[in-house]
Design a binder for this molecule. Sequence first.
Ligand code: NAP
Length: 236
Amino acid sequence: MNKCYCMRPHVFVNLAMSADGKLSTKERRQVRISGNADFRRVDQIKSQSDAIMVGIGTVLADDPSLTVKDTVLKKERIDAGRDENPVRIVIDSRARTPVDADILHKGPGKRIIAVSGSADPAKTALLSQYAEIKVCGDEQVDLLSFFDYLGTIGIRNLMVEGGGTLIGSLFAEGLVDELFTCIGNMIIGGSDAPTPADGEGFINEADFPSLVLKDATKIDEGILLHWMVRKKDNLQ
Ligand code: NAP
């Protein structure tokens, strides 16, 4: 086992998918999948997190700000001596984050962009005006070493918002501890539409991440599933 493992944050993935398992349309256009009750739940768990993470595909498709929305939740964070928003993190090997992206400008708080050695130094210099730039890996962001780094700067609880490519890599690296899946009451369809764990996928059944269902709750017009990930070295 990597000796830094205990330092890595506790990671929970939160996603909303249609009844046919799609995160967005085949054009990667954002869709409102869940309702107001789920929106409040997501805001709540976000406000309890030290950091929130997305992949560059999500920044380019949705331009999210990832701020806490509810004023009471914001105040609770500030009263507890924390920043108004969790640390906002983009996984972005080639530093493609637009300099005018909402995540860099909306709301106070720290931002980190994880890049690789393949990123254009001129672009990283530009982005460093708005975010800490952390180089991890040669071609693609090395998630294991980046998560070790997050442990060293005190990130204990990390919420991952997507998208499917990043989530697929996190499962492949064994970095996910919990998964919240809100299933909405619509069919999006399309074989090219993003799903919760895209990317390479797993070939051998022995490699499939195994989940333990902790809870299933009706929410809005859909259902919320809360899963724990069974760790290979610590079967629950
Ligand atoms: P993504 O997962 O947000 O980002 C993927 C990108 O991250 C990769 O293409 C890669 O680009 C970068 N990356 C860097 N290092 C990586 C690594 N080690 N492993 C994996 N990726 C790495 O993008 P996406 O899959 O295209 O998902 C975006 C779609 O998901 C959008 O349509 C959005 O609307 C949807 N979405 C839905 C939800 C939901 O809950 N319904 C939530 C979020 C997003 P580089 O190599 O260039 O860096």
